[in-house]
Design a protein around this ligand. Structure first.
Ligand code: NAD
Ligand SMILES: O=C(O)C(=O)C[C@@H](O)[C@H](O)[C@H](O)COP(=O)(O)O
Ligand code: ZN
Length: 368
């Protein structure tokens, strides 16, 4: 078993990674059961594919299941209200551990519910998508979306434990695997050029189901995220903000496509990272060859890298209005994650939103 610790003092927790962990969940989650029961929150697709495995692995510990609709629209006030009402009906106590079994949507929503029910209960992340296994299950960012945009209502609330069983990916559709892979590539682009080389060499195998490639990508990504979160838990020093590479563009694309299955979060991040690199070239910061290499790799694995491929139709001006709610905004200015090259990402505080709008309109001209 691989164990990676998130070094957060009193809030430290382990991430355990191994094929088959779900099948011996009783050993790992048994201590969290109260009166022989565990509350497990999941979505309808995971309930059909992975919940029966977890139930069998719990070997006699009963599950109190809460099954929510699948998809991004579940990160909503309505579903948060329904979930918190149900948790209260079940008599959840502050010391109880709620189990979040699913992708980033379930992890973000359950984590937020755990942060606010009775002013804070505990929770365990059992991620079942590649995206959640490499990124969202670690670090304690929890949130729902609001009318104004993505993840705007939320809290930092760390889980007590993260259990990653890569075999849960066996039932995940290829499009979802690809979307999660975008967040894997992100770690290489931020500050790890050797890992980007690894992605170029092994990305296709990972997507085709190679279990060694999947395990390596998960462990490497999660270790990078754990180090970053331990260094800057609440995104106050600029270090954690690097994990937002591609997200300022990406969240605007998600908003424009209505937070729907038309554009998955990971797909939006892929297009957002390609845009961030091309914008960096336009700003005279980055070599065009590096931006072309990023775009090429993402396209080779079937991820969108242009506004059109992302299914967006908005003007630059419109897309920039979504960015004005970005949580990185400081004193009315939005720092941008830009790149001096592959693995050389930094926060640029000098960018004017008007320049970003002009760049996005130029992107449309290139596509036309
Ligand atoms: N908190 C963070 O740090 C963080 C990081 C990255 C992304 N996120 C958030 O994560 C969300 C995206 O997460 P996601 O990509 O996991 O999406 P998701 O949770 O919607 O899961 C994707 C789809 O796969 C299905 N599914 C999940 N596991 C399955 C399995 N093993 N077999 C079959 N189907 C399965 C789900 O039902 C869903 O339809 C976004 O809301 C994003 O903002 C949060
Ligand atoms: O953990 C982080 O920090 C990240 O930025 C990871 C991102 O992949 C993730 O999508 C996160 O939810 C975005 O954060 P936000 O603060 O921009 O909502
Ligand atoms: Zn993300």
């Amino acid at each position: 078993m691989i164990r990676i610790d998130v070094g957060l003092g009193k809030r430290a927790y382990p991430i355990l990674i191994e094929a088959g962990l779900l099948d011996r969940a009783a050993d790992l989650l048994g201590a969290f059961a109260r009166d022989g029961r565990l509350v497990v929150v999941t979505d309808e697709r995971v309930a059909a594919t992975q919940l029966p495995r977890l139930a069998a692995g719990l070997d006699g510990i009963a599950i109190e299941p809460i099954v929510l609709p699948a998809g991004e629209s579940t990160k909503s006030w309505a579903e948060l209200e329904a979930l918190t009402d149900r948790l209260l009906e079940l008599g959840v106590e502050r010391s109880d551990h709620i189990v979040a079994l699913g992708g980033g949507v379930i992890g973000d929503l359950v984590g937020f519910a755990a942060a606010i029910v009775k002013r804070g209960c505990k929770f365990v992340q059992v991620p079942t998508t590649l995206l959640a296994q490499v990124d969202s299950s670690v670090g304690g960012k929890t949130a729902i979306n609001s009318k104004a945009g993505k993840n705007l209502i939320g809290a930092f609330h760390q889980p007590s434990l993260v259990l990653i069983d890569p075999t849960t990916l066996d039932t995940l559709p290829p499009r979802e695997i690809r979307a999660g892979y975008a967040e894997v590539v992100k770690y290489g682009l931020i500050d790890d050029p050797d890992f980007f080389d690894w992605c170029e060499a092994n990305g296709a195998a990972l997507l085709a189901g190679d279990s060694d490639a999947r395990l390596h990508a998960i462990a490497h990504s999660v270790a990078a995220k754990a180090r970053t979160v331990a260094a800057d838990e609440r995104e106050t020093t600029g270090r954690r903000a690097l994990l937002n590479l591609g997200h300022t563009f990406g969240h605007a694309l998600e908003a424009d496509t209505g937070f729907s299955d038309r554009l998955l979060h990971g797909e939006a991040v892929a297009a957002g990272m390609a845009l961030a690199f091309r914008f960096s070239v336009r700003q005279g910061l980055c070599d065009a060859d590096d931006a072309a290499r990023v775009t090429r790799h993402l396209e080779e694995v079937g991820l969108p890298t242009t506004l059109g491929a992302a299914g967006v139709s908005a003007s630059g001006e419109k897309l920039v209005t979504y960015m004005e709610h970005d949580k990185k905004m400081e004193g009315g200015r939005l720092p941008f994650l830009l790149a001096r090259g592959i693995g050389r990402t930094f926060l640029d505080r000098t960018v004017e939103l008007a320049e970003v709008a002009a760049f996005l309109d130029e992107e449309w001209l290139v596509e036309a």
